[in-house]
Write a protein that binds this ligand. Sequence first.
Ligand SMILES: [Fe+2]
Length: 218
Amino acid sequence: MDLPFAEDALEPVISRETIQYHYGKHHKGYVDNTNALIKGTELDDEVPLVDIVKNSDGVLFNNAAQAYNHNFYWMCLTPDPMPPSPKMVELIERDFGSFESFKEQFLNAAATLFGSGWAWLELDVNEKLVITQRSNGDTPIIYHHTPLLTMDVWEHAYYIDYRNDRKKYLESLWELIDWKFVASNIIEYYHDLTEPCRENSELCDYIEMLQHENEVTT
Ligand SMILES: [Fe+2]
């Protein structure tokens, strides 16, 4: 994928140098490895990355999932952040009590994940928001969960700018979240849920409201 912003657009939170290594070397490496591994197989026929992730294991899964997770991570960030919409806040308050409590729980999950991996906000199969710690290339889409937000806590994401201070990186990154992208994922992925948009379900109502908000703001 192309980055949705310039290499220096996230400074000073994320430096151009970090982007050049993280996007230009690490992320590109996962993409190149995936392309090399599927070459000549049935997956080498314009199969969407999501389907490669869902239908692979071992080294191909690790690389394809990391390619997918990084695509998602960059989309979660913006140099022009806006606060979450009232409906998004309402959904978060429903499942975490308050927005502040959600922020604390999410950042704590990301800060305390042992080793390399990702913190996620997901919608589970019961249409409930959950925060998860996922190691290495693990990703919510293989559990029929809807991914909404992620933060990369592999050291390569922050070591140039923050050295070993993962907590400071996460608190800074929080200010760059693209909440419009987060909300858009509910619309994008809800059909992947086990029981997609049950008639009269609360999630269906939210999707309708989010779609309406999208139409109003675009
Ligand atoms: Fe990364």
